[in-house]
Design a protein around this ligand. Structure first.
Ligand SMILES: C[S@@+](CC[C@H](N)C(=O)[O-])C[C@H]1O[C@@H](n2cnc3c(N)ncnc32)[C@H](O)[C@@H]1O
Length: 221
């Protein structure tokens, strides 16, 4: 799906999210940098937006933060590397890696982020265990995704939003935008948050955007 979508991924994101994805990414970078981290990991970084934003803001704040963005898809990583080079961002690197088997040592990162990728993973449990393993004690974990909102207005908005995405998938013929509405409808945010707590994460906070269709989860190890 991502090999097919990587070239137009950024432009499509802006269009499908009415540019709110950028606002959420800014909030995520703020949350990650609130603890003045030295090492940050962006899991399933895609075209690298959060990794680059976090690295850029860290530099502006005079922090010595280093960001690593990992992804399984070479096409997405290629776009991320080009973007970092074009913007002269030097405190970020992009590496091939699997969210379900991280190659980094235990308790290496001060902060870990993962955006709009959770439903791609075969095992949420394995993913959460890996995040917890590589995080230092008190380290921050930020997760962003879309899900079906709880309240009625949000559910109406969600229904239209999913049809909008399906229509986009139909017009462009891209599998990703046909798969996303289906996987999002099947996903339970409540169940996921329960699992996050069961895995031992604490101080779990949820912020909602776009009528609750997008959410950001912030917690600590
Ligand atoms: C919807 S994109 C999200 C990209 C980016 N985080 C963003 O906010 O735009 C999902 C990404 O997850 C990656 N991915 C899927 N499964 C993965 C895995 N097991 N390990 C690492 N990356 C994975 C895909 O290659 C894709 O780039």
């Amino acid at each position: 799906m991502y090999s097919e979508a990587h070239k137009s991924y950024d432009a499509t994101n802006r269009l499908l999210s009415f540019n709110t994805d950028n606002i959420i990414r800014e909030r995520a970078a703020e949350a990650l940098l609130s603890a003045n981290p030295l090492n940050v990991l962006d899991i399933a970084t895609g075209t690298g937006d959060i990794a680059i934003l976090t690295a850029t803001h860290a530099k502006e704040k005079g922090l010595r933060t280093k960001v690593i963005g990992i992804d399984m898809n070479p096409g997405m990583l290629g776009v991320a590397r080009q973007k970092a080079a074009r913007n002269d961002v030097k405190n970020v690197v992009f590496e091939k890696g699997n969210a379900l088997g991280l190659k980094y040592r235990t308790e290496y990162f001060d902060a870990v982020v993962c955006s709009f990728a959770l439903k791609n993973f075969d095992s949420q449990e394995r993913f959460l265990k890996e995040v917890r393993r590589v995080l230092k004690k008190d380290g921050i974990f930020v997760l962003i995704d879309i899900s079906k909102p709880e309240h009625a207005l949000g559910r109406i908005g969600f229904w239209f939003y999913m049809r909008y995405m399906e229509l986009f998938g139909f017009v462009t013929g891209k599998k990703l935008y046909k798969w996303l509405p289906k996987s999002t409808a099947e996903f339970s945010r409540k169940e996921f948050i329960k699992r996050v707590k069961e895995e031992g994460f604490i101080e779990v906070k949820v912020r909602e955007y776009l009528l609750g269709i997008s959410y950001m989860l912030i917690c600590r190890k």
